[in-house]
Write a protein that binds this ligand. Structure first.
Ligand SMILES: [Zn+2]
Length: 201
């Protein structure tokens, strides 16, 4: 079992103050969460520098990813160092993820830039049911959406500042290996510790 913050922004997102070295330092000092996904807005460039810095520490792992802004709402792709081709429609992003064995996740569906119930129209792999920046009510609606769609629910802090890192995370039945983690998410081998209670999907 690993614990992973699956939604973190570095300074490669214009609205984040988390330098890649700060993210690495957070993972090094955190004794519980040793895995994080870099999910910058519309760029995968944050991953390269973060991974390079992280390579000095064998007990931490960085998952490549991106949070893509579509007209319908934000969608996270985990496992890619490349960007999908434009236009970034939800269909294109979901197809891109599937073709590359990546994981597509509807980010904070019931918050600003979330796709809400439109998510039901797309073949995504998972729903972000716990977002560190969303209200409890918005997270609860996201949990209900995941149950309704029969999809795994994942959690991430959506950190834009170092102090926000790890305010939400996902328990994953996998070892410290990106491919294994991606497969485990798709197979639903995840749970989200929330409000003192572990929610299983
Ligand atoms: Zn985000």
């Amino acid at each position: 079992m690993i614990h992973a913050d699956l939604h973190v922004h570095t300074t490669f997102s214009s609205d984040s103050t988390v330098l890649p070295k700060m993210l690495v330092q957070q993972l090094v000092t955190n004794s519980f969460v040793k895995v994080a996904a870099v999910t910058d807005h519309d760029t995968t460039r944050g991953y390269g520098s973060t991974r390079q810095l992280a390579s000095a520490y064998p007990d931490i792992l960085i998952i490549p990813g991106v949070e893509i802004s579509t007209q319908q709402g934000d969608i996270i792709v985990l496992g890619t160092e490349e960007m999908p081709l434009q236009p970034w429609t939800v269909e294109n992003v979901v197809d891109f993820a599937r073709e590359r064995d990546c994981v597509s996740i509807v980010a904070h569906p019931f918050r600003e830039y979330g796709m809400g119930n439109l998510a039901k129209n797309y073949q995504v792999d998972a729903i972000e049911v716990l977002n560190g920046g969303s209200s409890p009510a918005a997270n609860k609606s996201a949990q209900e959406l995941a149950k309704l769609m029969g999809l795994p629910g994942v959690g991430g802090s959506d950190a834009h500042q170092p102090a926000e890192f790890c305010t939400a995370y996902t328990d994953i039945k996998a070892s410290m290996n990106v491919d294994e983690i991606l497969k485990a998410i798709k197979r639903g081998l995840v749970s989200v510790p929330s409000l003192g209670k572990s929610i299983r999907f």
